[in-house]
Design a binder for this molecule. Structure first.
Ligand code: CAA
Length: 388
């Protein structure tokens, strides 16, 4: 076993950390307060190659490995989790499935503008009545001429307002209920109309939109992977995406821990630094231990993915543990800071609000447990969900 990051990974980690400290951290509170999506930041990230960290150089990326990409998400999220999710969805949920499932022509056409950050990507799966039950989507792609006409509405689409490329899932076979009969399509910004932006508890520097597609005709060149096999595209995409969200949770928890630790060494009560009291020491010890445990799960899952090995269960475990840990430990960070922690004077209340979503998107904790249970019990997929 080797627990050391290699030279390239360390360089990408410190490059991202320095950039995040200079360009993101000082602005994060204002972006949160103003609900501002920092559009201009992504051009700067692109200049550093961070909009396509693990995309091969021939497709305009930085050519680094998947663990390097996970380190980038951790560092970005440590500074601002909204920036973290923007990059995570853009990369894991759009650029990487295009690379995995695209034809040579599709890869050459769609990937470079994403990897170079000229366009943002959005993953359009979820609908009002199809969240955890992703197989229940109703957006339709009806055969017309040499292609399809797509009609439907999608909800909670990260990057929805600013994306130039959408990976959108629609039902191509109406006679088959559930996951079968769904196909994946690549749409342009012009194909989509944004109907509203969501007001959220946190993650205010990211944008989450409802979108509609109103009778848009697409040719066969827009079908990603085989017709009616799009659910597999969605599931394998989420297998990798969940590792990214786990890294985001890890970054948020790390940031909260650092503030709590620093505060415990400064703040005095009863004639001592509060860090001299066992009550506070135990909180910090638990935080540090749980963050380490999450990091090991996240890096292991990233390593498995990089090796081309199965990572469905390990990615789900990483996301489950890291997200619940981040929610618990950001709450503990507030507790260490007491009244100050509850105010906007310190960033921990933002970390707490931001951490919560990591237990929900890219599969709730309940869905992660379902995925893990199916894997460890050797159950076939549908045997744990009940359909009427
Ligand atoms: N890899 C490959 N194939 C898979 C797979 C995987 N991990 N999981 C399932 N499949 C395949 C199955 O083998 C099956 O294939 P066949 O039809 O050929 O038999 C097919 O997919 C259907 O699988 P299931 O029977 O497991 O389907 P299900 O309806 O029971 O649902 C589920 C499974 C795990 C609950 C799935 O619906 C799910 O993951 N739900 C959560 C949805 C989710 O995570 N949404 C996130 C939205 S994106 C987002 O949040 C982005 C953001 O903003 C940050």
């Amino acid at each position: 076993m080797d627990f050391e990051l290699n030279q390239d990974q360390r360089e990408i980690q410190s490059l991202t950390r320095e950039f995040a400290r200079a360009e993101i951290e000082p602005n994060a509170a204002a972006w949160d307060r103003e609900h501002r999506f920092p559009r201009e930041l992504f051009a700067k990230l692109a200049e550093l190659g961070l909009m396509g960290t693990c995309v091969p150089e021939e497709y305009g990326g930085a050519g680094a490995d998947f663990l390097s990409y996970v380190l980038v998400l951790e560092e970005l999220s440590r500074a601002d989790a909204g920036v973290g999710v923007t990059v995570a969805v853009h990369t894991s949920a759009v650029t990487l499935p295009l690379l995995t499932y695209g034809t040579d022509e599709q890869k050459a056409r769609f990937v470079p503008p994403l990897a170079r950050g000229e366009q943002l990507g959005a993953f359009a799966l979820t609908e009002a009545e199809a969240g955890s039950d992703a197989g229940a989507i109703r957006t339709k792609a009806e055969p017309t001429g040499d292609g399809w006409t797509i009609t439907g509405a999608k909800q909670w689409i990260t990057n929805g307002r600013f994306a130039g490329t959408y990976l959108l899932f629609a039902r191509t076979d109406d006679h088959t209920a559930g996951a079968r009969g769904i196909s994946a399509f690549v749409l342009d910004g012009d194909d989509v109309r944004v109907t509203r932006d969501e007001e959220k508890l946190g993650l205010n520097s990211s944008v989450t939109s409802d979108i509609v597609v109103e009778g848009v005709h697409v040719g066969r060149d827009r079908l990603l992977h085989e017709e009616n096999r799009g659910f597999r595209v969605a599931m394998t995409t989420l297998d990798g995406g969940r590792i990214g969200i786990a890294a985001q949770a890890l970054g948020i928890a790390q940031a909260a821990y650092e503030v709590a630790r620093e505060y415990a060494l400064q703040r005095r009560a009863f004639g001592h630094r509060i860090g001299d009291f066992q009550a506070i020491q135990h909180k910090l010890a638990d935080m540090s231990t749980e963050i380490d445990a999450a990091r090991l799960l996240v890096y292991r899952a990233a390593w498995l993915k990089e090796q081309g090995r199965r990572h469905t269960e390990e990615g789900a475990k990483a996301k489950l543990f890291a997200s619940e840990m981040a929610r618990r430990q950001t709450a503990e960070a507030i507790q260490v800071l007491g009244g100050y922690g509850y105010t906007k004077e310190f960033p921990v209340e933002r970390y707490y609000r931001d951490a919560k979503i990591t237990e929900i998107y890219e599969g709730t904790s309940e869905i992660q447990r379902l995925v893990i249970a199916r894997s460890i019990l050797g159950l076939t997929e549908r045997s744990l969900t009940v359909r009427s």
